[in-house]
Write a protein that binds this ligand. Structure first.
Ligand code: SAM
Ligand code: SF4
Length: 458
């Protein structure tokens, strides 16, 4: 009889990239450790960290402090910290937290089983960054899981002046297309339906590959795969969003009618200081082109307020851009100075008070734009991929439209992982409520309702 596996608990902070990395951690450890969602029974407790803002880093430090008690109760439990904070702090973290056994950086995931084994006898630190795309990791898709995050690149070369990513994730490397296609095929064979391709700047995918392949061609290859219902990607850098890529929206059936296109600011002065390499006018032109190709496409974005030197006039430009672009959703942040980055040492840092006040005004405006966009969907039926039981009530299911809005509705649990038609009955500030109409057979899938995004002429 085989030995029962030990248990690993993984706490994830941060973006989808970190969620994908945590899945990889679980997979590389799978021979010896089974995943648990109960930290109190873990033999190995891993924290996958985010360093993008100071606040995310503080959350990690506070969790580490509170884990001292668990470690005292279960001294045999190994405690490890991985990801961006681990990469940034390395030895310093081990020195500062005596009950920590293991620190591994963003590329350390690939050496995790060996590091864990060694950590039983000696505390470990591994923050080495590799050259090239790391070796393919074993993927085992959970049967019945309808969505997959597929990493297509690592690192970033853009060095936006506010951003710590190039320092903690290293240089940009693209993953060979054959590996990506194989991983997606395996997921689809296990019953998967939706794939989200991940990279810090997917538009620059392909540089440095032995047989170059640009991102639009990768999308075309994947869109042909049998069984792929929905294809998404994040994140797109506006400077590299090509006409060719824009033209694929509405052209490739699985490609969802949603684009996440972080703008960061509406002021050309601030954009230049951020080293974003586009202007407000370029950004809005690309949005207009996309909407000409695919009316009904929904847009989301990231915005930073209170970048060093941002004046009230600059901030007004961000407000007017948010109005002109009519984002369906905006992730808005107060600028947070990060170690090593150029912006951290710029003069004219904006006070916390002004940042908080600008953030509140931006959120007020965005909330009204989001609500108006959600209200326009009421009264129509839309294709929804059911993701699970709703966070708010276990009587409700939750899913997403192709245009990325979240909808909650009553329905039997057997619908989880299925494509269904849902009529929208109410718009809430950040989500929709609906009524389940029908399961969708492949033939009946699109269009579900009048107004479903479809391609006109560019
Ligand atoms: N690669 C993506 C891009 O170019 O837009 C962004 C990746 S980053 C993980 C996600 C978002 O965090 C950024 O778009 C930005 O809005 C925000 N962010 C990054 N650094 C920040 C900082 N120092 N302070 C506040 N927000 C920050
Ligand atoms: Fe950071 Fe800019 Fe790279 Fe995005 S593109 S990860 S914001 S440096």
């Amino acid at each position: 009889m085989s030995r029962p596996k030990k248990k690993v608990y993984i706490k994830t902070f941060g973006c989808q990239m970190n969620v994908a990395d945590s899945e990889h951690m679980a997979q590389v450890l799978a021979q010896e450790y089974a995943l648990t969602d109960r930290p109190e029974e873990a033999d190995l407790y891993l924290i996958n960290t985010c360093a993008i803002r100071k606040k995310s880093e503080e959350k990690v430090r506070s969790l580490l402090g509170s884990l001292k008690a668990l470690k005292q109760k279960r001294p045999q439990m190994l405690l490890g910290v991985g990801g961006c904070v681990a990469q940034q702090e390395g030895e310093r973290l081990l020195a500062a937290v005596p009950h920590l056994d293991l620190v591994f950086g963003t590329h350390g995931i690939y050496r995790l089983p060996e590091l864990v084994r060694r950590a039983f006898s000696k505390r470990q630190v591994d923050v080495a960054l590799m050259e090239g795309f790391p070796p393919a990791l074993p993927r085992r898709w959970r049967p019945g899981s309808a969505q997959a995050l597929v990493t297509i690149m690592q690192g970033c070369n853009n060095f936006c002046s506010f951003c710590v990513v190039p320092y903690v994730r290293g240089r940009e490397y693209s993953r060979p297309p054959a590996e990506i296609v194989a991983e997606v095929q395996e997921f689809l064979a296990a019953g998967g339906k939706e794939v989200t391709l991940l990279g810090q700047n997917v538009n620059s995918y392909g540089r440095g590959l032995s047989e170059p392949l640009a991102f639009p061609q990768l999308l075309c290859k994947l869109a042909e795969l049998q069984g792929l219902e929905r294809l998404r990607f994040a994140t797109s850098h506006p400077k590299d969003l090509s006409d060719e890529l824009i033209g694929l929206f509405g052209e490739l059936t699985p490609l969802c009618e949603h684009l996440h296109l972080p703008v960061q600011s509406g002021s050309n002065r601030v954009l230049a200081a951020m080293n974003r390499a586009y202007t407000r006018e370029h950004y809005l032109e690309k949005v207009a082109r996309l909407r000409r190709c695919l009316p009904g496409v929904s847009l989301s974005t990231d915005i930073i307020v209170g970048f060093p030197g941002e004046t009230e006039a600059d901030f007004q430009e961000t407000l007017t851009l948010a109005q002109e672009a009519t984002f369906q959703q905006a992730f808005c942040f107060k600028y947070s100075p990060r170690p090593q980055t150029r912006a951290a040492s710029l003069p004219d840092q904006v006070t916390e008070e002004v940042k908080a006040e600008r953030l509140a005004r931006l959120l007020d405006l965005q909330d009204s734009i989001t609500l108006a966009a959600l209200q326009r969907l009421v009264g129509q039926a839309w294709e929804v991929l059911v993701e699970g039981v709703s966070k708010r009530s276990d009587q409700e299911l939750s899913g997403r439209l192709r245009t990325n809005q979240v909808v909650n509705f009553s329905g039997p649990p057997k619908l989880v992982g299925q494509l269904v038609s849902v009529e929208i009955t109410e718009a809430h500030p950040h989500s929709l409520k609906g009524r389940w109409v029908a399961e969708l057979s492949p033939a009946s899938r699109r269009p579900v309702a009048e107004g479903t995004p479809r391609r006109l002429s560019c």
